[in-house]
Design a binder for this molecule. Structure first.
Ligand code: GAL
Length: 318
């Protein structure tokens, strides 16, 4: 965002308009963030007001400091790919880099109304798209229900050893799944864990040998008390869920989408990445990014304030 005169690194201001290098509010809602060769790439739903209403868009931004973001490309500008219907939905895109095939593989939640169904979220599938470059034009491949299961909100987790996992929420099972991906990442391979708790917006981080999973309750665009559980291994056993913030704050009016781990030379900082949705003006939905207090099985989101991070050292300033 803007430069702060007291520090050499720019400030992140949770909840405010977040301009990109063109001065436009970043369009990367329900986003996913990956790091490649010292650059972070942020992908998310591009809900810009001037987009073609028949298409659904994903945009990609790049940053070296997590605060100033350069718009790279609308990497997907998709017309209804499989006759999902005029109200079709593309949400929560996440991109994985597959070192074996050297392709970038995007997962997204696609949805629409099944014939005769009241809900515009009854298709309940994931879709994949592929690109040779991180910010190139992604080519739609297909959609499917992972392991035949209904899938709505998705999340991504890349473990410290580079293994990639897809998180997906499944209403009929009242919980969410962590799944490994096939060698080419174009399919799911195996269910690593099923967490029987009705949560979405799932995100995971590994910190000091413990896995932390966070998620929100199922209240649509309206924010609720997001929760955390931990486990010594991705397969579990998972602890009970506890609130990450005072419930009355509704997670400071946000919903989880990601946890970013910044491993610096001095310290490791974990950043909560959430969306403050504004369903009536969805393009103006805001981002709530804050470093969390984490360790010994606890993860707490402090009240949002402006902050900055030195990504070399991992140190945060408020
Ligand atoms: C939320 C979900 C969003 C979007 C919204 C629609 O629960 O996390 O991605 O699907 O519902 O109501």
């Amino acid at each position: 965002m803007t430069s702060d005169s007291t520090t050499s690194v720019p400030t992140i201001r949770p909840g405010l308009v977040w301009p990109d290098n063109r001065g436009r509010h970043i369009q990367a809602h329900g986003g996913g963030i990956i790091r490649l060769n010292g650059t972070w790439y942020w992908f998310g739903e591009d809900r810009a007001e001037d987009n073609d209403p028949a298409r659904r868009y994903v945009s990609c931004y790049a940053s070296k400091d997590l605060a100033t973001w350069e718009f790279r490309n609308q990497v997907l500008a998709l017309e209804d790919p499989e006759s999902f219907g005029s109200e079709w939905v593309l949400e929560r895109p996440k991109v994985f880099y597959n070192a074996r095939t050297q392709k970038f593989v995007m997962y997204m939640h696609v949805d629409g109304r099944l014939p005769g169904n009241a809900s515009r979220y009854s298709v309940a599938r994931v879709a994949v798209a592929i690109s040779d470059t991180v910010d190139g034009d992604y080519k739609y491949v297909r959609s499917f229900r992972p392991f035949g299961k209904e899938s709505r909100d998705i999340g991504q987790f890349i473990d410290d050893d580079g293994t990639a996992y897809l998180i997906f929420e499944s209403r009929p099972s009242q919980g969410f799944y962590i799944a490994s991906l096939s060698d080419d990442y174009l399919d799911v391979k195996e269910i690593v864990s099923f967490i029987k708790s009705p949560l979405e917006g799932g995100a995971i981080v590994r910190y000091e040998g413990l896995y932390y999973v966070i998620g929100s309750a199922l209240t649509g665009w309206w924010p609720n008390a997001n929760k955390v559980a931990t486990a010594p291994s991705l397969a579990g056993p998972w602890s009970e869920f506890t609130d990450i913030a005072p419930p009355i704050s509704h997670t400071y009016m946000s919903q989880s989408s990601n946890l970013i781990k910044v491993t610096g030379s001095e310290t490791t900082t974990v950043i909560y990445v959430g969306d403050r949705w504004r369903p009536e003006e969805i393009w103006d939905s805001r981002y709530v990014w804050m470093p969390v207090r984490i360790g010994n099985g606890q993860l707490e989101l402090p009240a949002p304030v402006p902050w900055s991070i030195d990504v070399e050292t991992g140190r945060v300033q408020y």
